[in-house]
Design a protein. Structure first.
Length: 194
C-alpha cells in the first residue's frame, strides 16, 4: 500500500508540473502561470516523509513510522488558509496511514482521532474519504474484539455492527467514485482551454 501512496504523491507532483509547464509559454501580453513552488515543496516533503515511514515500517519501527506521518499532517501547508485539492488528498491519505499505524500498535484512540482529523480533509465522497472510512471500520472491528475480550459482549456487538456499517459505506462511496469516473470517460475527451 505504501507504494500506492507514493504513486499518488508522484501523480500530484506530475499534475502540478504539467499545468505549470503547459502554461509557461503564453503569447506576449497574456498572463503566465508558473509552477507553484510552495505546492511542489509540500508534495516533495510528503514524498520524503512517506519514504521515511516506509523505511521505519520495514525495520518494524511502527512508532517511528507514525512519527513520520505525524510530521506530515502537521507540516506547514502551502498558501495558508487556501484549500487546495492536492494538499487535501495528501493529508487525508496521510491521516489514513497514521491511523493504520496506530491500529497496528493497538492504539485505538489515537487511530480514531487520526480518522476524525482525516475526514475533515475529505468531506465529499472520494476515494480518500472511502479509504478513511475503511480504516475507521477496521478500528471499530479491533474495538469490538477488545470489548469482547473485556467481557462486554453487548458493546462488542454494537462495535462490530458499526464496523460493518462503515465498510458498507465504503462500498457505496467507492462505487460512486467508479460511476463518476466511467461517466466522465463516456462523455468523451475534455477540451482544455489554452
Amino acid at each position: 500500500m505504501s507504494r500506492f501512496r507514493l504513486i499518488l504523491v508522484a501523480l500530484a507532483v506530475t499534475g502540478v508540473l504539467a499545468v505549470g509547464c503547459n502554461r509557461r509559454e503564453a503569447p506576449e501580453g497574456e498572463a503566465t502561470q508558473v509552477v507553484d513552488t510552495e505546492l511542489m515543496a509540500f508534495l516533495s516533503e510528503a514524498r520524503a516523509l512517506h519514504h521515511q515511514a516506509n523505511m521505519k515500517e520495514e525495520a518494524n519501527d511502527l512508532a517511528g513510522a507514525a512519527g513520520a506521518m505525524s510530521r506530515l499532517v502537521t507540516a506547514r501547508r502551502p498558501h495558508e488558509g487556501k484549500t487546495m485539492p492536492e494538499v487535501e488528498e495528501v493529508l487525508a491519505d496521510a491521516y489514513a496511514r497514521l491511523a493504520e499505524l496506530h491500529l497496528r500498535q493497538n492504539a485505538l484512540s489515537p487511530a480514531a482521532e487520526a480518522i476524525a482529523a482525516g475526514l475533515t480533509h475529505a468531506p465529499r465522497p472520494t476515494y480518500f474519504r472511502g479509504r478513511l472510512l475503511e480504516v475507521q471500520g477496521l478500528v471499530e472491528e479491533a474495538r469490538a474484539a477488545a470489548l469482547a475480550d473485556a467481557g462486554k459482549p453487548a458493546e462488542a456487538v454494537r462495535a462490530r455492527e458499526k464496523a460493518i456499517e462503515l465498510l458498507e459505506e465504503v462500498v457505496r462511496i467507492q462505487d460512486q467514485v467508479i460511476q463518476r469516473s466511467v461517466a466522465g470517460r463516456d462523455a468523451g475527451p475534455v477540451e482544455v482551454p489554452r
